[in-house]
Every structure is written in C-alpha cells, then in structure tokens.
Design a protein around this ligand. Structure first.
Ligand code: HEC
Ligand code: HEC
Ligand code: HEC
Ligand code: HEC
Ligand code: HEC
Ligand code: HEC
Ligand code: HEC
Ligand code: HEC
Length: 422
C-alpha cells in the first residue's frame, strides 16, 4: 500500500514537473525555444567535423560567431523550410538556398523592418522593375514607397545588355531580390553568411561595398568627414561588439553609417528600415520631401543629439537644405532645356542614344546627388569639386550641345533656327 502511495506521489510530482516544464518552455521567446535538440547538436558536430577538412574557413568563421556561442547550429540555418527547394546531402535534407525566411525563424522583427525599407523590393525593382514580384509583394511595398516597385525595368538594362545587369547592377541590388519561398532580400549582405556579426555590419566599408562611386559616394564622403577621420584614428578604441540593445555613445563616440541610419544609440530604437530617419528623396533628380518628413528628421536629429548640441545640428541641417534647394533649381533648369529639345523634335524619347543624354544624366545622377549627399554627411570636397563645380561644367556643356543640335537642324533645313530661350 505504502509502495503504491509513494509511486502515486512520484507520478503526480513528475507529471506536474513535466507540465510546468512545457508551460515554461512555451513562454520562452521563440528564439530560445528554437534552440538545438540533441540530434541537431550531433548533426552540427558531423557537419563541422567534415567541413573543417573540406571548407575550413567556413567552420572557423562560424565558430567565432555569436551563433556558435549561443548554440545556433549548422542545421538551424541549413535545414529546408516549407516552400524551399531541398536536396539530400550526406544523410541530411538541406535547403538549396538560405533566404531571409531561414533567419526570420528566429529574427522576425529584423526581417519585418527590413521588408518595409528600400533595401527590400524597391532595390531590386530599381533595376528589373515589378515583374519579378508577386502582386501581393508589389502592393505591400507600394504602401511605403509609392512608385518604388510598380515601375518598368531600368532603361540602362536595354541599353547596356543583360551581362551588365546580372554581373553589375544586380550584384548590389540583390539586397532586395525575391526568393521562391516568398521571402525577399539578403541579410548576409551586411552580416556575412557565417560570421553573422554586428561588428561587421557597423563598419563603414561593409555599407561601402555598394554605397560608393560617383552616383552615391557615401563611403568617400564619410571618409573625408570628421566622423570618418576620427573613426580611422580611433577604431581600436570603439566597442564595435556592443550589444545593440544597450549601445551608447560611450561604446561608439564616433558614428559610422550604421550609427546614424540604423543603431538604437542611447535607447533611440534600432531599426532595419534604413529609410526611417530620412526626410528627403536625395537620390531623385529633383529632390522632394518624403512623406513623414518631420518625424524622420527628428529621428535622425535625436541620434546626432546623443553626441552634439541642438544649435550645431540645426546649423548642419539648415545649410544642407539650402544646398538641396540650389541643386534642385539647377537641375530643374537643365530639365527644362531637355524638355525643350524634345518638344522641338531634336531628341527622341529613347534614352541613352545621344551624347547629350549622357551629359544630362551625369549632371543630375552623379553631380547633383553627390552635392546633396555631401551636404548632409560632411563632405566638403564632394559638395564642391565633385559636386557644384561639375554641375557648372556640365551645365555649360549641356547648353553648348543643345545649341549644336539646333545648329545641325538649322543646317539641314537650310536656315537658322531661333535658339531655345536660353
Ligand atoms: C562527410 C563529409 C560531409 C558532411 C558530414 C557534410 N558535408 Fe557538406 N559538403 C561536403 C563536401 C565534400 C561538399 C562539397 C560539395 C559536395 O561534394 O557535395 C559539401 C558541400 C556543402 C554545401 C554546398 C552545397 C552546394 O551544392 O552548394 C553545403 C551548404 C553543405 N555542404 C552544408 C552541410 C551541412 C549543413 C552539413 C550538416 C548538416 C554537412 N554539409 C555535412 C562534405 C560534407
Ligand atoms: C546563421 C546561419 C548559418 C549557420 C549557423 C551556418 N550556415 Fe552555412 N551558410 C549560410 C548561408 C546564408 C550560406 C549561403 C548559402 C546560400 O545562399 O544558400 C551558407 C553556405 C554554406 C556553405 C557553402 C558555402 C560556399 O562558399 O561554398 C557551406 C559548405 C556551409 N554553409 C556549411 C556550414 C556549416 C558546416 C555550418 C556549421 C558549422 C554552417 N554552414 C552554419 C548560413 C549559415
Ligand atoms: C535557430 C535560430 C536562429 C537562426 C535560424 C538564425 N539566428 Fe541569428 N541569432 C540567434 C540567436 C539565439 C542569437 C543571439 C541573440 C542574442 O545574443 O541576444 C543570434 C544572433 C544574431 C546576430 C547578432 C550577432 C552579434 O554579433 O551579436 C545576427 C547579426 C544574426 N543572429 C543574424 C542572423 C542571420 C543573418 C541569420 C540567417 C542567415 C540568422 N541569424 C539565423 C538565433 C538564430
Ligand atoms: C556598386 C553597387 C551598385 C551598382 C553596381 C548599381 N547600383 Fe544602383 N544603387 C546603388 C546604391 C547604393 C543606391 C542607393 C543610392 C542612394 O539612395 O543614394 C542605388 C540607387 C539606384 C537607383 C535609385 C533608387 C531607386 O529606387 O530609384 C536606381 C534607379 C538604380 N540604383 C539603378 C541601377 C542600375 C540600373 C544599375 C546597373 C546599370 C545599378 N543601379 C548599379 C548601388 C549600385
Ligand atoms: C544594411 C545592412 C544590414 C542588413 C541588410 C541586415 N542587417 Fe541586421 N544589423 C545591421 C546592423 C548595422 C546591426 C547593428 C545595429 C547597431 O546596433 O549598431 C544589425 C543587427 C542585427 C541583429 C542583432 C539584433 C540585436 O538586438 O542583438 C540581428 C539579429 C540582425 N541584425 C538580423 C538581421 C536579419 C535577419 C537580416 C535580414 C532580414 C538583417 N539583419 C539584415 C545591418 C544589417
Ligand atoms: C549589397 C549592397 C548594399 C549594401 C551592403 C548596403 N546597401 Fe544601402 N542600399 C543599397 C541599394 C541598392 C539601395 C537603393 C534602394 C532603392 O532606393 O531602390 C540602398 C539604399 C540605402 C539607403 C536609402 C534608403 C531610402 O529609403 O532611400 C540607405 C540610408 C542605406 N542604403 C544605408 C545603408 C547602410 C547604413 C548600410 C550598411 C549598414 C547599407 N546601406 C548597406 C545597397 C546596399
Ligand atoms: C553623422 C550621421 C551620418 C553618417 C555617419 C552617415 N550618414 Fe548617411 N545620411 C545622413 C543624413 C543626415 C542624411 C540625409 C537625411 C535626410 O534625407 O533627411 C543621409 C543620407 C544618406 C543617404 C541618402 C538617401 C537618399 O535619399 O538618396 C544614403 C544612401 C546614406 N546616407 C548612406 C550612408 C552610408 C553608406 C554611410 C557610411 C559610408 C553614411 N550614410 C554615413 C547621416 C549620416
Ligand atoms: C556617436 C556620436 C556622434 C553622432 C551620432 C554624430 N556625431 Fe558629429 N561628431 C562626433 C564627434 C566626436 C565629432 C568631433 C567633435 C570634436 O572635434 O570635438 C563630430 C564632428 C561633427 C562635425 C564637424 C565639426 C567640426 O567643425 O569639426 C559635424 C558637422 C557633425 N559632427 C555633424 C553631425 C550631424 C549632423 C550628426 C547627425 C546627423 C552627427 N554629427 C552625429 C560624434 C557624433
């Protein structure tokens, strides 16, 4: 009898413990619940043991990562999810392609923010248009970026050919490519595949993989700004590994691209939506204010104010906005000149077919943008010599080329044509 009682109590206690265990487990965050089972740990051992021989660098990169430290293993990322093409590999079923869907299993917040940004669908549509996306994906992105996805392929594709598209444009713009499992984008553009590091993503050179060159010289501008100079001098003293949830100006007294555009410095709220703190469409030929201009500008200024005083920050913004206005005026003038030529039948509707098309394109796409970007990010040389000076030179050239076109037309018609206004 007493044996029965002790067995009964033991069973009750064990059941209670089990139920409590299940309840506690269910309340843990998804990231923790998704932690490895013994089978997964064993699988990772097998992957790593063999891949240490086959692809040593990958295993080393993984072993140094936060994932290895917290026990997120090879299969956690490499296993096939619903909708993914799978393949058999040494007794395991793996996904053919790891996408943000795999990362979002544990990092849903980051993925949702990313999805709302121009780094998602708009980046890919800027090159290939809306066609690669489903109607639902287009509708979703258009809520945040009107005209950002519902657009034709970029005219340079037809002009330069497919090789240019795949090898050139897409290498950068794949940051927003769609996948067959319905997800969009590429988390590893900033985090790498196996290092998956926050420190890496905070380096200006990581963003500078894509954000450089004459049409978006952000890396070059940063490097010549006081921020970039200080970063290079003091890099070893910055705490690039700091936990994003507790990042302060003590960890990073010098801002990098990520600090201003993404980090939650001093509790300002980290975001993977890189547009959240932008108030102007600077990449546009003639820049207009974004919807939510004030909210966005206040969000960026709040970051500056973690390190600067209000008058200092307001001065930068005031000056930058006068540069935007002046650049807009010059480009509007050049646009009127081109419209006049088109109206008079001197240039066709097909872009990139005449020298003057390139003069005009370089004028706004290289030098107009560079001036505006330089003004907001502290690049004096880019505002002036790579910006305003080139704007002037190209404006003079544009007028000369327009006159030439009118003279040629006049010559063909056997008489002079009156000049076009300017
Ligand atoms: C016994 C050795 C061995 C084991 C175990 C092993 N791999 Fe591999 N893996 C290889 C070799 C060798 C290659 C090179 C391509 C090939 O021969 O299949 C490879 C290729 C790969 C590729 C590239 C496949 C492609 O087609 O691009 C991935 C991804 C991969 N392995 C992941 C894993 C993961 C994850 C595990 C554990 C779940 C694992 N491997 C277990 C040996 C192994
Ligand atoms: C944080 C997620 C993650 C973890 C953890 C992870 N991988 Fe990967 N791995 C990736 C991604 C992303 C790719 C890129 C493949 C793609 O595009 O489908 C990749 C690619 C690979 C490749 C092919 C790469 C090449 O350059 O040929 C191999 C092999 C591989 N992983 C092995 C491993 C092994 C072994 C482990 C564990 C020691 C591991 N991975 C852990 C995300 C991960
Ligand atoms: C099975 C769950 C799981 C998957 C899948 C996963 N991660 Fe993680 N990841 C984690 C956990 C857990 C942490 C540690 C969180 C912490 O320290 O608070 C982490 C941390 C990170 C960090 C911060 C690293 C640092 O330096 O502090 C990055 C970045 C990251 N993951 C990116 C990715 C990317 C990109 C993918 C997809 C290729 C991915 N993760 C897939 C669970 C996962
Ligand atoms: C070196 C990387 C890189 C290459 C190569 C590249 N781009 Fe971009 N592109 C960018 C970056 C970065 C931006 C964002 C600039 C900004 O917002 O200031 C951008 C912006 C754009 C924009 C304006 C944004 C928008 O949504 O309208 C268009 C259009 C565009 N690119 C088209 C192309 C086309 C077409 C090609 C190839 C002919 C190409 N890009 C090649 C990196 C690149
Ligand atoms: C444009 C570059 C970029 C892309 C693309 C990107 N990240 Fe990040 N990510 C960052 C930066 C920068 C940080 C660190 C911000 C900070 O605190 O300074 C970060 C931080 C993280 C963290 C750490 C969060 C924490 O609180 O510890 C995770 C997890 C993460 N990213 C996951 C992802 C996933 C998943 C994707 C794809 C959907 C992704 N990232 C795409 C730049 C990027
Ligand atoms: C793989 C290439 C790539 C990398 C790496 C990359 N970007 Fe971008 N980024 C782009 C492209 C392409 C666009 C243009 C998207 C569009 O407007 O169509 C863009 C646009 C932006 C924009 C403007 C968004 C808007 O709403 O207009 C910001 C800000 C930005 N990126 C910041 C960053 C930062 C910060 C990093 C590093 C942490 C980074 N990017 C890394 C390719 C990249
Ligand atoms: C000190 C803060 C700061 C740093 C550091 C910084 N930016 Fe910016 N960035 C800004 C501000 C401010 C703007 C203009 C914001 C607006 O539109 O209101 C801007 C604009 C941009 C844009 C223009 C988007 C468009 O509309 O065309 C891109 C892209 C960008 N930054 C990328 C980068 C990259 C990449 C780096 C690093 C190489 C970087 N930024 C460094 C503050 C910063
Ligand atoms: C993480 C801290 C940090 C953030 C965020 C930051 N800065 Fe700075 N900034 C600095 C430091 C440090 C200096 C050098 C200050 C010194 O010399 O005393 C500096 C210098 C400058 C300078 C040059 C001053 C001079 O005359 O030498 C300007 C302009 C500037 N910042 C503007 C901005 C603007 C605008 C923002 C926001 C868009 C911003 N900064 C965000 C830390 C920051």
């Amino acid at each position: 009898m007493s044996t029965f009682r002790s067995v009964f109590i033991a069973v009750v206690v064990a059941t209670a413990l089990l139920v409590a265990g299940v309840l506690i487990h269910a309340r843990r965050p998804a990231v923790e619940r998704a932690q490895p089972t013994p089978q997964l740990v064993e699988a990772t051992g097998k992957c790593a043991a063999c891949h240490r021989q086959e692809t040593g660098a990958i295993v080393v990169e993984y072993e140094q990562s936060r994932h290895a430290a917290v026990g997120t293993n090879c299969l956690d990322c490499h296993k096939a999810l619903e909708g993914q093409e799978r393949f058999e590999h040494r007794g395991f079923t793996l996904t053919r392609r790891i996408t943000p869907r795999n990362c979002a299993e544990c990092h849903a917040t980051q993925y949702d923010e990313f999805l709302r940004s121009r780094h998602a669908a708009p980046a890919y549509a800027a090159v290939l248009g809306a066609a690669p996306f489903t109607a639902a994906q287009v509708a979703f992105a258009e809520q945040y970026h009107p005209g950002g996805v519902r657009r034709p392929p970029n005219p340079l594709i037809a002009a330069e050919g497919d090789v240019a598209t795949t090898a050139g444009c897409v290498s950068c713009h794949q940051i927003g490519q769609p996948h067959r499992d319905g997800s969009i984008g590429n988390c590893t553009a900033c985090h790498a595949r196996h290092a998956t590091s926050v420190a890496l993503a905070r380096l200006p050179t990581t963003c500078g993989q894509c954000h450089l060159g004459p049409d978006h010289s952000q890396l070059e501008i940063y490097q010549e700004s006081k921020h970039g100079v200080l970063f290079n001098a003091q890099r070893a003293r910055l705490n690039l590994e700091a936990d994003p949830k507790r990042l302060t100006a003590r960890d990073m007294p010098v801002p990098t691209c990520a600090t201003c555009h993404m980090s939650g410095l001093g509790g300002q709220g980290m975001t993977h939506d890189v547009g959240q703190r932008l108030s102007w469409y600077l990449f546009a030929a003639v820049s207009t204010k974004r919807p939510g201009y004030l909210r966005a500008q206040n969000a960026m200024k709040a970051i500056c104010l973690e390190c600067h005083t209000r008058p200092h920050v307001e001065r930068v913004y005031r000056q930058a906005e006068t540069v935007v206005a002046a650049t807009n005026a010059r480009i509007a003038e050049a646009t009127r000149l081109m419209d006049g030529l088109r109206k008079d039948g001197l240039i066709g509707d097909r872009p990139f077919t005449r020298p003057i098309d390139f003069t005009f394109f370089d004028l706004w796409h290289y030098f107009g943008r560079t001036t505006k970007h330089g003004a907001f990010m502290g690049g004096a040389d880019y505002i002036q010599w790579h910006g305003n000076y080139e704007l002037l030179a190209h404006w003079v050239r544009l007028q000369a080329e327009a006159q030439q076109l009118r003279r040629e037309r006049g010559g063909m018609a056997g008489g002079a044509t009156p000049g076009h206004g300017r």
